[in-house]
Design a protein around this ligand. Sequence first.
Ligand SMILES: Cc1ncc(C[n+]2csc(CCOP(=O)(O)OP(=O)(O)O)c2C)c(N)n1
Ligand SMILES: [Mg+2]
Length: 440
Amino acid sequence: MFARIPARAVARAIPSRTLAATSVKAFATSAVSKDISATSKKDRIKVNFPGALDSHFSQKLEIRERMEPIDTFRVMDTDGKVLDPSLEPDVTEEFAIKIYKDMLTLNNVDLILYEAQRQGRISFYMTNAGEEAYIGSAAALDPEDEIFGQYREAGTLLYRGFTLDQFMNQCYSNDLDLGKGRQMPVHFGCKALHFQTISSPLATQLPQASGAAYAIKRSGRKNCVMCYFGEGAASEGDFHAALNIAATTSCPVIFFCRNNGFAISTPANEQYKGDGIASRGVGYGMHTIRVDGNDVWAVYKATQEARKIAVEQHKPVLIEAMTYRVGHHSTSDDSSAYRSKKEVEDWKRHDNPIVRMRKWLENKGWWDETKESSHKSFARSQVLKSFAAAEKRKKPPVSEMFNDVYDKLTPNLIEQKKELEELIKKYPDHYDTSNYAPEK
Ligand SMILES: Cc1ncc(C[n+]2csc(CCOP(=O)(O)OP(=O)(O)O)c2C)c(N)n1
Ligand SMILES: [Mg+2]
């Protein structure tokens, strides 16, 4: 039975004397209807309040704390064996090897830049170790889908063709850095590759992603937005605003949560009480997938399906990729203060996304020890070459500090710039500009 106006439904269901001076809510908990609560949903009264369209009246006071936990989709086991033959990835050798090589290269970039920070050669770094399988998500996108990242997704840029020189120039803030030296290391951005510049304040990118997706929808482009974030960022208000606006305005955006178990030192079980982040997607009325984030092919397949929903139906999708942050949070962190080394080693050994992918490739006969060591040494030499070249370059010209705040320099900026030039001239010992590129 269906009641557009609740009072009418009430009138049909119970004797009129019970209606006197009662609200619909009072009816729902009244003593009349033991028999109604005992009946199945299809015989019960469907109620259509403006705020909840598919509820049924019930005389059983239900206080719900949990829903059934959402399953985690996987394709391969930890030995790289595909568990259901119908899920065997339908991909070429070249495509699979490109993904794997990018995972290995990313690992090399991480190792070298992490050490460089430890030696004081760059100011900061964040590694991707343990989470490399997210490259599978980049592989499922169209190159013109817009990416909004958090900071631990450099592999998506690598997949799109960001060069090792570009990575190193950014981390060194030199004169070739696309961001003109104005950002901390790892805050990459690349217009040509449709990768929006990273922002340090957590969750900034989420409402921006919803807005960009709305713009894409209006433009008629057959693209979507991919928005990466960590489970820690999902505690920010902006996460909720972003999901709700995307759901209510039907935006083609994929929210990709890397749930790596930690927000710096705070473990996931102290961050939230619900069923991960995925349960929140359902809460916002959004298509939601939970996936094994250490399984490249599961991540690839989940993103392919999410992209179809986003682009063809103009609907947002939330993907929660379950993984583990193997490295420290950043070079400013020492994770041995809040988790055991053994726990980290166990993850590395037993559920390593790179090893799983390598085993899958080996099972196909597409990879072996010779290829592994040859790519590893090639990647290492290329990374070191770019690293050395970037380190030698000067910082961007001093005047770049004033550019791009506005389209043209405003009178106060012109004044400040002049003042700085005079100071540099007057006190050359205090303002050594020899490490800055000459003004153009
Ligand atoms: C608004 C805001 N609050 C706090 C921070 C400090 N902070 C930087 S990263 C981080 C943890 C984020 O964890 P998560 O989103 O899970 O990403 P992960 O580092 O695990 O990849 C925090 C608290 C920040 N950058 N911005
Ligand atoms: Mg995290």
